[in-house]
Design a protein around this ligand. Sequence first.
Ligand code: HEM
Length: 233
Amino acid sequence: MNKKSTKSGLFSTLIGKKMLMGITGLFLITFLMVHCGINMLIFANDGGVLFNKGAEFMGTNPLIRIMEIVLFLGIIAHIVDALVLTLANKKSRSVKYAHEKPNANSKWYSRWMGLLGTLILMFLIMHLNHFWIVTRFTDHIAHSELDKLPGQETMFEEMKEIFENPLIVLLYVASMVSLAYHLLHGFQSAFQTMGWNHPKYTPAIKKTGFWFSVIISVLFAIMPIAMHLGIIK
Ligand code: HEM
């Protein structure tokens, strides 16, 4: 009796951890959509006027500031949970079966989610260093051209300056390839883990996941390229 309840407890814990992975993943996907939407204001090609307004809203709206804390907690939970699940998986699969054919059973990116996630984390550290630290912990960034004090820049000018460096552009684009593959598995896996599995809807979820992963990563990748090439002025 005792043994049985311990086993079912462990089972529900693992399921719980997978659910947390799915929930935090879907939350981060929502963040990516909002982030990409605001960044796309640079394509207005109006010298960054609209984009700076968006960045100001994100930086000053109290609700968004609270969501920023939730976002960072979500990122940490997603990473810690991934580590715990990977270790648990490794333990339970320490005996390899002769008939195991990973290539036939799953796509390579599904098996390399940990590596792809680590590359995205490395990107995130670089990225926060480029844009977030400078806005939250220094007074280098002005909300708009009109508010600019001597020595200050707008967020749009900061972006242009960062993407002058071709190596940084290359790192951003390569990171967006990692992001695309991470989402390619993560999107539909999150839906599956939440139990939203239905013969009628699953193909549509898979298709949406594919196009979402490709489109959002391409849009993000185009931003540093377009700025570097001076297409966005
Ligand atoms: C490649 C194109 C991208 C550009 C040009 C870009 C630009 C920016 C800028 C300008 C900020 C500062 C916003 C502000 O504080 O007002 C920012 C913040 C941030 N970005 Fe990105 N970003 C890109 C892609 C990404 C991706 C792919 C992720 C996630 C994987 C990401 C995660 C974040 C996070 C977590 C913050 C800080 C939270 C926040 O300020 O809302 N960014 N980004």
